[in-house]
Design a protein around this ligand. Structure first.
Ligand code: B12
Ligand code: SF4
Length: 453
């Protein structure tokens, strides 16, 4: 089968380019949350998995290439694929459906498939869109391969396949989520050549002064933070590639693309000390010479481990701090206190650069809570940060609570506003306008501080 996988772009045409300037400005001000510069690693894993089965696969990374709808239409019509698979998170659903509509117009005979976080959560809602033929729920490698087999006429058991949903005569067939891939070493490495890897590396060289690229080597998270939707697609069981294979992949990226830095985007990098130790040993023994950054939780910071990670190339640790308000930390079920945050950030700062994620406008928050977060962030003296306005994410516990409290209507979201810079009405005790003002004030403060540093 000939398959085109599409990473839809949030913006189209000129709107995209204007946004690009904003992002560059954000980065220079120290706010490193830069959506267009992250490669579509989920689709790169999917590409590798189905290529291995003999399918022809093209990944169109609209986001990375800033490809507009007109160019997409040209590519689809020139390539004439049998299947078009599109990735969708909640905020990118409208963009994904735009791709589906263009595909339906340009290649009416192709099968159109949606996968990713949002289709996993709301398969009916997505299948209600008349041009969507199939929805894949959960990790895509197995169910998508089965679907391609069915479309090629090699099997006809679509109702038995976990993760595969479709329209029926009288409604929808909604299958349970696909079983998680138990052993990630069974999957081929993500196909970095499927997207414009050198472009991302070059962006990072210009904007972050390192020829770097992102990697994801684990799936799942056992924690239960109420604002987070990760467990919906990836489940609660943490699985990871073996450390030796991760180091093989880093060496390949270094040798083939001149990569000098790797950003692990895994929800938690160092959940298992033995895994982390082996990874660090391998990085040192094999003299990889690539620096790296990773995400972890405050409660998982340990001084001996930090020292070892630094010796193995760690230059920055990214921490989900989220709030300086004790009651908001409780509402988020972060399982950390303000004291833990102060202690562990001070410890981490002795060894590496420290990046913190923060959020304001958490359900129930007053201006006082926001002030507490702002003051904590100032006092922590971090090297980098990212600020968000809380957005209710379908698939998260808080989203369900807000629906139950009648504060939001299920899935009646303005998807493109679930973007963490927009404020919703009725979620916290601060009006949306005031929240946006506070957000701008905080960002200005930290931008000036970064520029002055
Ligand atoms: C890296 C990352 C990003 C990167 C890259 C995203 C990308 N295009 O791949 C960047 C920084 C760009 C990003 C952006 C955003 N992200 Co993000 N991101 C992640 C993160 C940390 C890892 C994603 C990943 O690579 N996972 C590993 C791969 C293997 O999994 P995957 O991508 O889900 O893909 C698998 C399946 O979902 C499925 N699949 C996916 N697509 C498709 C398509 C088809 C056709 C099929 C069959 C299957 C399929 O198969 C894949 C392989 O198993 C996740 C959290 C997590 N740990 O998953 C959040 C996460 C996906 N992001 C999230 C959000 C909210 C955002 C933003 C809105 C944040 C913001 N402030 O703007 C933006 C979206 C805007 C945009 N234009 O992209 C939420 C999504 C929640 C939701 N309900 O949609 C998550 C779950 C984190 C959270 N807070 O809960 N993100
Ligand atoms: S925020 Fe991080 S630690 Fe918390 S549940 Fe989500 S992925 Fe896990």
């Amino acid at each position: 089968m000939k398959v085109i996988l599409v990473n839809p772009a949030f913006y189209d045409g000129d709107a995209f380019r204007n946004r690009f300037e904003d992002y560059v400005d954000w980065i220079r001000g120290g706010n490193l949350y830069v959506a267009p510069f992250e490669p579509p690693l989920g689709l790169a894993y999917l590409t590798a998995a189905i290529k291995r089965l003999g399918h022809e696969v093209i990944l169109l990374d609209m986001q990375g290439l800033m490809m507009d709808s007109a160019e997409l239409a040209r590519r689809l019509s020139a390539e004439q694929p049998d299947v078009v698979g599109v990735a969708a998170m909640t905020p990118t659903l409208p963009a994904a459906l735009r791709v589906v509509d263009i595909a339906a117009e340009m290649i009416p005979d192709a099968t159109l498939v949606l996968g990713g976080v949002h289709p996993t959560l709301d398969p009916q809602g997505v299948l209600a869109h008349p041009n969507v033929d199939y929805v894949i729920r959960g990790e895509g490698e197995k169910p998508f391969a089965h679907l391609l087999d069915i479309l090629a006429g090699n099997r006809n058991d679509r109702a038995q396949i976990h993760g595969l949903c479709y329209r029926e005569k009288n409604g929808f067939h909604i299958a349970p989520k696909a079983e998680p891939v138990e052993n990630l070493d069974d999957l081929p490495p993500a196909d970095y050549d499927a997207f414009p890897v050198d472009l991302y590396v070059e962006h990072n060289r210009v904007l972050r002064s390192t020829r770097g690229i992102s990697m994801i080597v684990s799936r799942g998270c056992p924690y239960t933070c109420t604002f987070c939707a990760v467990q919906q697609t990836m489940g609660r069981t943490w699985r990871t590639k073996s450390p030796d294979k991760v180091v093989d992949d880093i060496i390949r990226l270094r040798d083939e693309h001149g990569v000098e830095g790797v950003w692990f985007k895994d929800s938690i990098f160092n959940l298992r000390p033995k895994w982390t130790e082996r990874f660090c040993q391998q990085m040192m023994q094999r003299k990889v010479g690539v620096e790296w950054q990773a995400l972890t939780r405050i409660n998982l910071l340990d001084e001996d481990e930090l020292e070892m990670m630094k010796a193995a190339g760690l230059t920055q640790i990214d921490l989900g701090i989220e709030s300086g308000s004790p009651r908001s930390l409780l509402r988020l079920k972060k399982k950390i206190t303000v004291e833990d945050i102060k202690e562990k950030v001070a410890l981490a700062k002795k060894h590496v650069r420290v990046f913190g994620f923060f959020m304001i406008g958490i359900p129930g928050e007053t201006e006082d809570d926001v002030r507490q977060t702002f003051e904590l962030a100032k006092a922590l003296n971090l090297d980098r940060w990212s600020w968000s306005i809380y957005s209710p994410l379908p698939g998260s516990e808080l989203y369900d609570e807000l629906v139950a409290e009648g504060r939001i209507k299920p899935y009646a979201l303005d998807h493109e506003r679930v973007h963490f810079t927009e404020a919703y009405d009725g979620i916290c005790a601060i009006s949306p306008d005031r929240l946006k003002q506070l957000y701008a004030e905080i960002n200005d403060y930290f931008s000036h501080r970064q520029r002055a540093a």
